[in-house]
Ligand binder design. Structure first.
Ligand code: FAD
Length: 538
């Protein structure tokens, strides 16, 4: 069985241009030197989707941009989401019409810019009766109007016959009808990386594993100086910029207080947990909506070799952290609806093969529970000249980036350059049309195309297509992650570049050592560092 990875000639060329970028982890000393060598227009703190989106938007407008990230790029909330590019029907019920319109419209734009990373899917809402379908019709029609949904993508109602074909594992006796409407599935961490690569191609300089430790005034031409420290060498670095954007997600309060120690609290952190189960035990085909016992909606989403279920939404007072703990109650809450929808599945806690938790950096409103808080973003220009952004969603990152730049404009000392007339595709997104093609087994081809789009052929060029440890991972992916996508640790490759840890978790442990071995060659690691990397990845 062979499928094809189609590659646009231009795509391969576009990939090559990135060879010299700051996202080449083998050139870290040069990247650090470049960060210290000039005065930037904007220094961005945080390499999640918010920071990456601002970096791309600003660089495409011709601004000089530096970005500093404390951990790996996308290591925070932006790799822990439900991975949906959606308007969020639920927010319509909360009255957030402007937010829903903006994000619903963004779906088509992002799909156009990166069809490999933003894929069209049916979201299926199972219901018990025809009356249930009618009840839903007004909301879904409004949603489709707000999102200017094309006629071929308008919702459709399925009966038991359709369900037998489209979602056979669902209990059709309990749920003989369903409404299927369009949503889009993304890969959050890879969307961040794609935006950073676009920013880097337009001249931005981005550095991971460089936590910002101080923000102060600068004596020279620049208004601000941002101090950071390289996690690996301990080297201190100082980045000068006319304006600082604080895009630190759950950490925005801590970063803001580096410039304004008395700044008030603004965040309400909410924890969201996902669990993954083997697809063969829970063979869901579309994105399926499930009702939790408290009436909240959960998603069941098939991806790679798993179906993941999410998410919880509970206030979190443990402070911002990279790996919020996952409690047994979180897992049980997510498992609870499964027997009602998929009676044949018989799943328990021991079937969970992967899990992840993230913190939503929501804007606080005293007296409101996490699930009732708006997902709107709020941008504040602080007394210290730092632009801080809280709230927001992955889906709305582009319009949010525009608003952030407009807020930052008075600090730039010159008019904000206009947006480019045409929105270029994200790297890997130019996959339409004809071009060169490479044959690979179809499951491997599909996986590579979904992760890398038109860059897939360049990745498997030469011996890059060789499987690592007899798994779906290809040798070229490790090199690509290090040289083009800034991966500094084995964990970066397994968790956030190749997504093996999430979508093919059964291969994870077998891949840790081969990945460390190859990274050691590329990054000149000592034996001690290799041991540390194996330990951390496991
Ligand atoms: P982050 O991704 O957390 O980025 C902030 C970065 O700042 C981090 O990487 C951190 O390491 C860095 N940082 C912190 N301190 C410093 C410092 N001192 N120096 C340098 N860097 C620093 N949205 C959707 O649109 N669709 C969804 O399906 C969806 N599902 C979600 C499900 C869950 C469970 C959660 C939690 C959120 C979900 N969201 C979703 C929301 C979305 O994920 C977030 O709005 C978004 O990822 C926030 O991105 P961010 O860049 O602001 O924050």
């Amino acid at each position: 069985m062979y499928g094809y990875v189609y590659v646009y000639e231009y795509g391969a060329w576009f990939g090559l241009r990135h060879a010299m970028s700051c996202l080449d982890a083998t050139r870290r000393p040069q990247t650090i030197a470049a960060l210290e060598a000039e005065t930037f227009d904007i220094a961005i703190i945080g390499g999640g989707i918010t920071g990456a989106g601002v970096a791309r938007e600003a660089s495409l407008r011709g601004l000089r941009v530096a970005l500093l990230e404390a951990e790996d790029f996308a290591a925070g909330t932006s790799s822990r989401s439900s991975k949906l590019i959606h308007g969020g029907l639920r927010y319509l019920a909360m009255g957030d019409v402007a937010l829903v319109r903006e994000t619903a419209l963004e779906r088509k734009v992002l799909h156009r810019m990166a069809p490999h990373l933003v894929q069209r899917r049916w979201m299926v809402l199972p219901v018990r009766s025809r009356a249930g379908l009618l009840k839903f019709r007004t909301a879904i029609t409004t949603y489709e109007k707000l999102g200017a949904v094309e006629s071929e993508d308008l919702h459709r109602n399925w009966d038991a016959g359709d369900l037998a074909r489209e979602e056979p594992a669902l209990d059709r006796e309990a749920f003989p009808y369903a409404c299927a409407y369009r949503e889009y599935l993304t890969d959050d961490a890879r969307l961040v990386i794609a935006n950073l690569r676009a920013a880097a191609a337009a001249g931005a300089i981005c550095l991971s594993y460089a936590p910002v430790t101080a923000i102060g005034a600068d004596g020279g031409a620049a208004a601000r100086a941002v101090e950071a420290r390289c996690v690996f060498s301990g080297q201190e670095l100082r980045v000068r910029a006319r304006c600082v954007v604080n895009a630190a997600g759950p950490w925005v309060e801590a970063v803001r207080r580096l410039a304004e120690p008395q700044a008030p609290s603004m965040l309400h952190l909410s924890k969201g947990v996902h669990i993954a189960l083997p697809t063969e035990r829970l063979p869901v085909r579309n994105l399926v909506l499930l009702a939790a016992p408290d009436g909240r909606s959960l998603f069941a989403i098939p991806r790679g070799e798993v179906t993941y279920i999410g998410t919880t939404d509970t206030s979190y007072d443990g402070g911002a952290r990279v790996w919020p703990e996952i409690a047994g109650d979180d897992v049980r809450y997510l498992l609870e609806p499964l027997p009602r929808y998929f009676p044949g599945a018989a799943l328990g806690e021991s079937d969970v093969v992967a899990r992840w938790a993230g913190l939503r950096p929501l804007v606080a409103h005293p007296g409101k529970a996490a699930q009732d808080l708006s997902r709107k973003d709020e941008i504040t220009v602080g007394a210290g000249g730092v632009v801080t952004v809280a709230g927001g969603k992955l889906t709305g990152y582009r319009p949010m980036a525009v608003r952030i730049l407009e807020s930052a404009a008075p600090l730039l000392g010159r008019p904000l350059p206009p947006r480019p007339r045409h929105e270029p595709p994200l790297p890997g997104g130019d996959i339409a049309g004809d071009g060169g093609r490479t044959s690979l087994p179809s499951d491997a081809a599909e996986r590579l195309l979904g992760l890398y789009g038109s860059d897939a052929a360049a990745i498997i060029d030469g011996d890059g297509g060789t499987p690592v440890a007899a798994t779906l991972l290809r040798r070229g992916e490790i090199d690509w992650a290090v040289r083009r996508e800034g991966a500094m640790r084995a964990e970066d490759v397994l968790q956030r570049r190749t997504r093996i840890a999430l979508y093919q978790p059964r291969w994870h442990d077998a891949l840790v050592e081969p990945v460390v071995e190859r990274m050691a060659q590329l990054l000149d690691w000592s034996a001690g560092r290799c041991d540390e990397e194996v330990r951390r990845a496991r």
